[in-house]
Write a protein that binds this ligand. Sequence first.
Ligand code: NAI
Length: 482
Amino acid sequence: TSIAAPFKVRDLSLAEAGRHQFRLAENEMPGLMALREEFGASKPLAGARIAGSLHMTVQTGVLIETLVALGAQVRWASCNIFSTQDEAAAAVAVGPNGTPESPAGVPVFAWKGETLEEYWWCTSQIFDWSAEGFDGPNMILDDGGDATILVHKGREFELAGAVPDATESDSHEWRVILDTLRASLAASPDRWTRIAAEIKGVTEETTTGVHRLYELAKAGELQFAAINVNDSVTKSKFDNKYGIRHSLPDGLNRATDVLIGGKVVFVAGYGDVGKGAAEALKGQGARVIVSEIDPINALQAAMDGFQVTTIEDVVGDVDIFVTGTGNENVLTVDHMLGMKHLAIVANVGHFDNEIDIAGLEKLAGTEKIEIKPQVHEWRLPTGRSILVLSEGRLMNLGNATGHPSFVMSNSFTNQVLAQIELYAHGENYEKKVYVLPKYLDEKVARLHLDALGVKLTVLSEQQAAYIGVPVDGPYKVDHYRY
Ligand code: NAI
């Protein structure tokens, strides 16, 4: 329906627990708190109406309240059905000055364990600004691209005058999206076209979402400017790597509590996420085997001391499988049939198609037993079982609480700076994908040094001239890789 709900969360009485966690998180998020200090009075986001689709965690709560402190109006949904922390969603809805009886926070539509139908309803709600007296948002803050894709597909179908029928091979999720857009087309012939025209830009959090943006731009279909937050150095080289290094073992422990030391672990993909995963598991004493398709990353993994081989080579020897490629069908049904009894299968890539769960669901002679929420034993026709975490979705958020505050402060400081850029200086940007300039990337890092007791060496004028950089930076050429 097009009736705007005020918000929808699991349980408002969790707000106090969420608020306590926000206070602790604020202490660990110096970048965001510095932006509140710097921009709280000038309010560069006044007039911004941000539709946010990003895991509704404690850290995201601090991000949302920072955007509000900078003048923005915000509506929010999670970007994954399992990643919401219900106490964080409640605290956002209640707000710092409200009570569960009279909530006074931000309209948030998120709870842990949504169905796909509920998920796309929630995502639709961040575009319905009728309660605020507007047609729609004028900014998107996205993680994985679902909000951006909804606008683009909605507009595409409006221009075509119809939403296509689902085909036999379409996934359940795609059918849900088609149904959502069919209902919206029936209600208005040009709603998404108007929303797309109103949006100044999107800031995108993750590798997979950025990939979708570059594809839209390449096809000439991108409807507004985009900032690729992921490829700020202070995002992907920190969140993707050090964040996973923390939250992957956290997810494994909370889900299964198996001892990682001594186990054989397979990590698919040795990009930023794979590097963090492999390092964490090695640190726990596991014997880590890596797979890669890119010779450069494969060589890196080998030089970091990991065996690098194909999954087919070792599938029967592995205790724990972790995928982090952003690709599809990395673990197939055939692979799963070849696994050890009670092998653990976990994904930390953005979407659930890295592991062929849909194929597993279609396989005859299986039985799915819930051990606890987000932990399922699949009994296979071979007589063996495997343990699937978070139904193949991001398990560091589904089985644990995602990355910790300090690393998310780096990511989200980039997000806020990117929102300010596109909203307040939109005239400088075309319908293309940009990254933040290096001086802002360095600024994000600078804001996080004091908290760790880091003392930076200051260049002398002479040294600066010798290496050809300004004393205050930026210090590296754009193609430097860190
Ligand atoms: P990346 O591009 O740095 O690394 C992915 C690696 O996987 C590449 O080196 C690529 O060559 C390799 N690869 C691709 N297909 C493969 C295959 N079939 N077998 C083996 N290796 C393969 O990307 P990044 O930043 O590491 O992100 C990976 C995924 O994780 C993305 O979907 C991203 O959105 C997601 N992500 C998840 C986070 C979380 O909290 N769970 C945090 C950050 C990113």
